[in-house]
Design a protein around this ligand. Structure first.
Ligand code: SF4
Length: 917
């Protein structure tokens, strides 16, 4: 074991881009803490960031892709091969395809998780070497409407604000963002600002009563997709009440007359009906927005993931332009990026319609500049296929081969049935991945093992345009390589076949050389970073662009001079007529489904899904529904329901909540078929539709019309426990083939230390004895010491294993009521309670828990494992103002003292208890 050291990096999850210090002995990551010197987080980390080291534990290597593999022929399994052999094979296949069908027969689909250097070489590979623009990224699914919104109004894809604007804002207008869950450390900053300045007003626009909305001074719970109508109505009020800044409009904008005319019809009264909120709330929001000295908007997927995402962004920016709320401390439209380096991808032009350094593909001069710089004849003028289009083209055969890097389209794209059809019939699928067990992996003809977090160096840019340099903490496992190295190795092989004898376009030997080439392309552009270097990113540290040559630091705020990067220097108002969602609810599909993020999970769970602790806040995939809707359908909380859209269906456990209004349902976006399977289901995105925004081509992942009915699956099984001879994660993997055999199957991690697994199955009929034997074998419930109970006539069967006086594993099966003991047995197991008090019940498990048993309830603080019931008990003995109660809770239970992600929930519990009192 080497000497422990700390290495500077960033968190690989959300776009806040928190700095982290990775503790390592040079071979293994042993810990992580927030970097006190990083200006994005000043040492803080949320529940996801604070557990990063747990996602890099050595035993999780079983999930890592360690060696190159490829299929020798169709239908055969992939076989391990050398890098040389695999890359030669891929280069030969790509070259043959390009020669026969042209450059556009190949597509490359990358990720906002890639580092800027990785992104840069991928983009050059596609646009410079292959000669097509068929490269797009999963960032298309999260922020392309923000890009088009900025470009249409402000002239460039440049978020004008900084995190420090939260310290100056008088009104924070949050639209389509559950910031408390999705960008927790930024939310901590907002909480801090509110604590220091209690007058700071927070308006939240969200159909759901999210954790963020619950804390708002004004929550506008609009009907899904009606944001444009709301923003237009707010502008109507601002005009009517004389709250617009005529001097700013006159001097710094154009196109106002058309927008003024358009919003004349958007009276608060008319729009109240469209949005489903009171007229007064619209007027109030507009007044606060316009009267404040500094209004800062924060927005994210609720605006972007929409078939009118660009219009939503533009309508919001119209409000800022009309009131002059831009280019001043605390004011401006601030798009929050979902992924750690969505911004870096935008900077290098790694999308189907962009060129490096914010150049436009449609601009002939820009194409010529880039071609000259790269030393190629031309850059194709034809826009490439965007994410959803690319997979549709793969399905129809227009694109024949695809290279997917660092992303999981077999879960994250909408309309999964069609995406899988595309992957199935592609002629050749290359997957470059850190993990071999993603939903996409079975479709890969070639698998290229990539380095992951902590294993490579490079740069990323966060939501506030801040570039951070990441250092490598440990070497990648097996033969995995940094992404840019893989691209360069393949590019050189393809060059030898497509342009033999010519100098390479990829002369890079180091990450820094790649970055320096990218930097040079920014010279004279709005994001000019020619004043920066790897050395300066190290010391003085992370910087915000632009930072042209000669400048000593980056620029926190854009457009302070009122000059915008348009031809005449004026920002543009954009007329934004309201369009309803693409798929309206109907008598057949009467519910509006919306999707969103959980507090402790990230995207498709390939990383956070490996840490049991991160399941404690939301233990299982659930559909949130209003209690009245459940009552009307005769459903109880916990009932298994079938959710169907026009594209397919999934089974989910339903839960009553006041978070949604009647007619709406919510489901977290994280659950793919590895965790939520079933014979005909491909996870949550089985339900979503591929309707696109016409400008940004971003799909409407936030809304689909669905119907809900009670599941007709009377046979149920639940099995949970700690595996003996393997890790929980290995058991999870071993269960995968079983899941597809039942109409409903879900699997999650439970416990903490040790970690266990919970499996649920439901079907029309009880399966045969072989199926039971398989499950019992996996949970090691097949040895003679296991407690057994079988009632063949009633199809009831139980298996319980006890080790050292404590429950180790349990399997219950039968009808729903035969599983009624599950909650307390599971609680007993995960708490590691001795079995003596329940020994009698084990022989014939009772539905009712033993006398004196008190359930722990929902875990609120996952860092310190503190439940809602513990908090309630503690609050019962407290009085005084809410701040004092929060402090006392933190002192006594430690909840909310580590990462702070649960603080909003603690405050709400205090409020609720005080209201009750
Ligand atoms: Fe990571 Fe949390 Fe910071 Fe986002 S807020 S970058 S998830 S630590």
């Amino acid at each position: 074991m080497g000497v422990t050291q700390e290495v500077r990096s960033t968190c690989p999850y959300c776009g806040v881009g928190c700095g982290v210090l990775i503790e390592t002995d040079g071979q293994v990551i042993t810990g992580v803490r927030g970097d006190p010197a990083h200006p994005a987080n000043f040492g803080r980390l949320c529940s996801k960031g604070a557990t990063l080291h747990l996602t890099a534990r050595p035993h999780l290597r079983s999930a890592r892709a360690l060696y190159p593999e490829y299929r020798r022929s169709r239908g055969e399994p992939r076989q391990r091969a050398s890098w040389d052999e695999t890359l030669d094979t891929i280069a030969e296949r790509f070259a043959a395809c390009i020669r026969e069908h042209g450059p556009a027969s190949v597509g490359v689909y990358v990720s906002g998780q890639l580092l800027t250097e990785d992104y840069y070489v991928f983009n050059k590979f596609v646009k410079g070497l292959i000669g097509t623009n068929n490269i797009d990224t999963n960032s298309r699914l999260c922020m392309s409407s923000a890009v088009t919104g900025y470009k249409q109004t402000l002239g460039a894809d440049s978020p004008p604000c900084s995190y420090e604007d939260l310290d100056h804002a008088e009104v924070v207008f949050i639209a389509g963002s559950n910031t408390a869950f999705a960008h927790p450390i930024l939310y901590r900053r907002l909480e801090g600002a509110k604590e220091r300045r209690p007058d700071l007003k927070m308006i939240v626009v969200d159909p759901r009563r999210t954790e963020t909305a619950r804390e708002a001074d004004l929550h506008l719970a609009i009907l899904p997709g009606t944001d444009v109508a709301l923003f237009n109505a707010m502008l109507h009020v601002l005009l009517w009440e004389g709250l617009v800044d005529r001097r700013f409009i006159e001097a710094h904008t154009e196109g106002f007359a058309a927008v003024r005319e358009q919003v004349a019809d958007y009276t608060p009264r008319a729009v109240a009906g469209v949005c489903g909120i009171p007229e007064e709330a619209i007027v109030q929001a507009a007044r606060w927005f316009g009267e404040s000295r500094a209004t800062l908007s924060l927005y994210c997927q609720g605006l972007n993931q929409s078939s009118s995402g660009t219009a939503k962004n533009a309508a919001l920016i119209n409000l800022h332009l009309a009131t002059g709320q831009i280019g001043r401390p605390g004011a401006g439209p601030f798009s929050l990026t979902g992924q750690p380096n969505a911004m870096g991808g935008r900077e290098v032009g790694g999308l189907a319609n962009q060129l490096p350094a914010h150049r436009d593909l449609a601009n002939a001069e820009h194409r010529a500049e880039v071609a000259r710089f790269w030393g190629v004849e031309t850059v194709s003028a034809k826009p490439g296929k965007t994410a959803v289009e690319m997979f549709e083209a793969l399905r129809t055969g227009e694109i024949k081969m695809v290279w997917i890097a660092c992303t999981n389209p077999a879960q994250s794209l909408p309309n999964q049935v069609s995406v899988r059809e595309a992957l199935q019939q592609a002629e050749f699928v290359v997957l470059q991945e850190a993990y071999h067990d993603t939903e996409c992996a079975p479709y890969a003809d070639a698998l290229l093992p990539a380095a992951s977090w902590g294993e490579k160096e490079g740069t990323v840019t966060n939501s506030e345009r801040r570039i951070t340099r990441l250092r490598r903490a440990i070497p990648p496992p097996g033969e995995a390589l940094p992404d840019w190295c893989i691209v360069v190795a393949l590019a050189r092989r393809l060059e030898a076949r497509l342009r033999p004898g010519q100098a390479t376009l990829f002369p890079f030997e180091t990450t820094e050389q790649v970055w320096n080439e990218h930097r040079e392309l920014t010279r004279g552009r709005d994001l000019d970073i020619t004043g920066l270097s790897y050395a300066l990113l190290e010391d003085p540290g992370p910087q915000q662009w632009p930072m042209p040559e000669g400048r000593l630091s980056g620029k926190p705020r854009l457009y302070e001079d009122g000059i915008f990067p348009t031809e005449n220097g004026k920002a543009r108002f954009v007329a934004t007529p309201y369009q309803p969602v693409a798929e309206r609810v109907s008598a057949r599909y009467p519910f509006a489904l919306t999707t969103g993020r959980l507090r402790d999970q990230w995207h498709t769970l390939s990383r956070t899904g490996t840490v049991a602790q991160l399941y404690s806040h939301t233990p299982e995939p659930r559909l949130t529904m209003h209690a009245d809707d459940m009552l009307r359908r005769g459903l109880k909380s916990g009932a298994l329901v079938k959710v169907e859209s026009m594209r397919g269906g999934v089974y989910l456990l339903a839960e009553a909540s006041d978070e949604v209004r009647p007619g709406q349902v919510f489901v977290p976006m994280h659950w793919g078929e590895r965790f939520l399977a079933g014979r005909d289901s491909c996870g949550i995105n089985t339900l979503t539709l591929p309707a696109l925004d016409p400008s940004s081509k971003q799909p409407e992942l936030k809304h689909a019309a669905v119907r809900i009915s009670a599941a007709q699956l009377p046979w149920r099984l639940t099995a949970f426990g700690y595996p003996e001879g393997r890790t929980a994660f290995e058991l999870l993997d071993a269960l995968a083939p079983l899941l597809k055999q039942y109409p409903f199957a879900s699997v999650v991690l439970i416990g903490r230390d040790p970690e266990g697994v919970l499996l649920r199955l439901a079907a029309e009929h009880s399966p045969d004895a072989a199926a039971f034997a398989w499950i019992d074998e996996l949970f090691e419930l097949n040895h003679p010491g296991v407690i057994r109970y079988d009632d063949a006539r009633h199809l009831v069967s139980r298996r319980i294993d006890v080790k050292e006086g404590r429950l180790r594993a349990v399997r219950l099966s039968g009808r729903l009521h035969d599983l009624a003991a599950e909650p307390w047995l599971k609680d007993w197991l995960t708490r590691g309670e001795p079995i003596e008090p329940i020994r009698r019940l084990l022989l014939k498990p009772s539905h009712t828990p033993p006398a004196g048993y008190v359930a722990r309830g929902k875990i609120v603080c996952s860092c310190w494992n503190v439940s809602a019931d513990q908090i309630t008990d503690c609050l019962a003995s407290l009085d005084g103002p809410p701040e004092a109660q929060l402090q006392a809770l933190q002192d006594r239970l430690k909840c909310g003292t580590h990462c702070g992600s649960c603080v909003p929930e603690l405050k709400q519990q205090i409020q609720a208890q005080q209201a009750l009192a």
